[in-house]
Design a protein around this ligand. Structure first.
Ligand SMILES: *Cc1c(COP(=O)(O)O)cnc(C)c1O
Length: 230
């Protein structure tokens, strides 16, 4: 099965999950998570109609970038943990950073975006479990970060939240995490009307239907689209 066939099946599943949830299928974007896959796979996904791509590492994407420079309206998001010494590079090569998890990172991205004369779209990554392998900011610290952003981070455009719940074989078990992210977003959107905090990036290959039922606006799909990572 090629990427186009996989994408068609994912779209069918999204349409069904949306219909069950009383949502329009257009309210959910598909991000193609192309990490570890070569630039050719990105081009193939683009040809199949995908336009939003997620990469985990600054350096890996930098190496693929030249080969896909002609995919004009493709947008590339950083969805992996960002170290502050890579933030200037990230602000330069990505259209969006979905893993802002501290004020320090936000400030570095803001300064780099300002120097480039660009406005960088960002999501705040939220840590909802105590697993040491999970990144993100704890929910209690998001509000102080956004307070700082109101006046101090003019080159960032805060669009919403992102999370990676613990892995469960049973996708239903991820539901409480998705539900919590949505409630957190709803509260923050009310607290900070100056930002349009619409986005909820949640749901991956094995649990995106549950995430859609809980309000996901962007599902991040790797394996179900490109096959297993080597
Ligand atoms: C790898 C990755 C994905 C995609 O995972 P699949 O299970 O392959 O769909 C989504 N989000 C993040 C943050 C990832 O690192």
């Amino acid at each position: 099965m090629g990427i186009a066939d996989n994408y068609a099946r994912i779209q069918e599943r999204i349409a069904e999950a949306c219909s069950k949830a009383g949502r329009s299928a257009e309210s959910v974007q598909v991000m193609a998570v192309s990490k570890t896959h070569p630039a050719e796979a990105i081009a193939e996904a683009y040809a199949a109609g995908l336009r939003i791509f997620g990469e985990n590492r600054v350096q890996e994407f930098q190496q693929k970038r030249a080969a896909i420079a002609d995919l004009k309206d493709a947008r590339f998001h950083l969805i992996g943990n960002l170290q502050s010494n890579k933030s200037a590079k990230a602000a330069e090569i990505f259209d969006a950073v979905d893993t802002v998890d501290s004020l320090k990172i936000a400030q570095r991205l803001n300064d780099a975006a300002g120097a480039l004369g660009k406005k960088l779209a960002v999501l705040i990554e939220i840590k909802l479990s105590s697993e040491p392998t999970k990144h993100g900011i704890v929910p209690e610290l998001v509000s102080p970060l956004l307070e700082e952003a109101v006046s101090g981070l003019p080159h960032l455009e805060f669009r919403g939240l992102m999370t990676v719940p613990p892995y469960f074989n049973e996708p239903e078990r991820a539901r409480p995490y998705f539900n919590r992210l949505r409630k957190l977003r709803d509260g923050l959107a009310e607290e900070f009307p100056e930002f349009a905090l619409r986005e909820l990036s949640m749901g991956m290959s094995h649990d995106f239907e549950v995430a859609i039922a809980e309000g996901s606006t962007c599902v991040r799909i790797g394996t179900a689209l490109f096959g297993k990572r080597g």
